[in-house]
Design a protein around this ligand. Structure first.
Ligand SMILES: Nc1nc2c(ncn2[C@@H]2O[C@H](COP(=O)(O)OP(=O)(O)OP(=O)(O)O)[C@@H](O)[C@H]2O)c(=O)[nH]1
Ligand SMILES: [K+]
Ligand SMILES: [Mg+2]
Length: 440
């Protein structure tokens, strides 16, 4: 059985070969031995050295850069070695074979380098989750949000809260230990209650901001809706700059919900085209309309389209979501644009910029709170809620019940500990680290 924590591991940490350069990373106690066998000697720490890489027969595999990071000053906290070689399958394969032969090293599992970094105290769980998000970030906003987590900005907040909880508990416990008969009970709680209320507020607004974090991380859902033939599918194709949906002059063309992911001004957006909303006896179209209405219910924003030639052109259904109203086909005669509407011609592109600008403004409006770090995952939000509830319970206790108050605060602190991974998270690790790709 391979040992998860003591084996020396390696992986191709750069992207798919073939490529100009490939980076093979090694971590573990056999690194020094491996360096001597393959490079001839151990390179000076943290200095790029141009050298030959040899297999166990002494044959030169490739010539490239080697970088040695001695423990504990490496990503994993263990001895690490990086080979920057030419990015061909043959070079990488032969190098990996040499690693296995010389250091008894094995291929790393997905996320194993990061898991070791966590176990060795180089990063906490929130930072590890941020790193996973950073690796999968596609848009600028996703990158920024992930960096807030990966860089420890969010963790600093949690650590500060945990530190404050510990301090309040210490005060309570000191009062318990040293209280004599003459003391007025509850004087300490009178002192810390306002600070606990303050903490509950901070955690509360942090939780509120997490909705914005989730919007950025998971994407913003936009649904294009309206009567048949308003030009919904034409608009989807124009936004995606691809021919995704069937467009025709026949009313009732679209039945299924068609979605596409877009990077809109740095925001990840899932945009869906839906069936035209109308009463119909056609059972398939009816199902399409049902699906359209479901999509609207789940949307963050609705783009409601009408044919600008029809004064009563909007579908007659109540929409409770933020909505941008758009009058389309302005290139045709006898059109009107009402106040509050965006006038558009998908055909000529007129009004297209105003529409995309209005969409990004709407996203920015719902994500303004993400100028500071926030929780982005359900796991994080759940633990913050539990922390807040535990402090809330402390606040509702009788102020003389110092022991009970201290116990609530201990619980609150342990929820924060689970959040950053400083306590009792063994059960979570597989879930969190399996998200990573091999080599990270
Ligand atoms: N002149 C003009 N025609 C347009 C414009 N946008 C769409 N059309 C036309 O309007 C017709 C209907 O367009 P679609 O995109 O299929 O409309 P839809 O809303 O998806 O229709 P359903 O899927 O049937 O609900 C097509 O013939 C399009 O070419 C526009 O800006 N100007
Ligand atoms: K149509
Ligand atoms: Mg359509």
């Amino acid at each position: 059985m391979a040992s998860l924590t003591t084996d020396t591991i390696y992986a191709l940490s750069s992207g798919q070969v073939p490529a100009g350069i490939a980076v093979v990373r090694v971590s573990g106690s056999m690194v020094a031995l491996i360096a001597k066998a393959i490079l001839g000697s151990l390179p000076a720490p943290r200095k790029a050295v141009l050298t030959n890489f040899r297999n166990s027969g002494g044959t030169i595999i490739d010539r490239g850069l080697a970088l040695y990071f001695p423990s504990p000053d490496s990503f994993t906290g263990e001895d690490c070695l990086e080979f920057h070689c030419h990015g061909s399958r043959a070079v990488v394969n032969e190098l990996q074979r040499a690693l296995a032969e010389n250091g008894n090293a094995r291929q790393a599992y997905a996320g194993e380098f990061t898991q070791r970094a966590f176990r060795n105290g180089k990063i906490d769980l929130v930072e590890a989750e941020g790193l996973a998000d950073l690796l999968s970030a596609e848009t600028e906003m996703q990158r920024r949000l992930a960096m807030q987590q990966a860089s420890g900005e969010a963790s600093d907040t949690y650590k500060d809260w945990a530190f404050r909880l510990t301090r309040y508990r210490a005060l309570l416990e000191a009062e318990l230990d040293f209280a004599d008969e003459a003391d007025v009970p509850g004087s300490v709680s009178a002192q810390i209650f306002p600070q606990l209320e303050d903490l509950v507020q901070s955690i509360g607004s942090h939780i509120e901001a997490s909705a914005s974090g989730a919007l950025i991380r998971d994407g913003y859902h936009i649904v294009i809706a309206g009567k048949p033939n308003a030009g919904k599918s034409s608009l989807l194709n124009a936004l995606a700059k691809r021919d995704i949906a069937i467009v025709s002059e026949q009313a009732g063309t679209t039945r299924d919900v068609l979605s596409v992911d877009l990077d809109l001004d740095g925001f990840m957006v899932h945009i869906s085209d839906t069936a035209g909303l109308r009463q119909t006896d056609d059972s398939i179209e009816k199902e399409g309309v049902r699906r359209a209405i479901n999509s609207i219910d789940e949307a963050d924003l609705v783009i409601l389209l009408r044919d600008a030639r029809e004064a009563q052109g909007y579908a007659d259904i109540p929409i409770l979501k933020p909505t941008i109203r758009v009058a389309n086909k302005l290139d045709l005669p006898d059109t009107t644009v009402e106040t509050g509407e965006i006038g558009l011609s998908v055909r000529t592109g007129m009004g297209f910029d105003s529409l995309t600008k209005r969409i990004t403004e709407s996203i920015q409006l719902s994500t303004t709170s993400v100028i500071r770090p926030t929780a982005v995952r359900q796991r994080q939000v759940d633990l913050l809620r539990k922390t807040k509830v535990a402090i809330g319970l402390a606040l509702t206790e009788d102020r003389d019940s110092l022991e009970i108050i201290a116990e609530h605060l201990r619980q609150a602190g342990s929820f924060l500990g689970r959040l950053t991974g400083s306590v009792d998270t063994e059960d979570l690790l597989d879930v969190i680290f399996s998200e990573f790709c091999i080599g990270k």
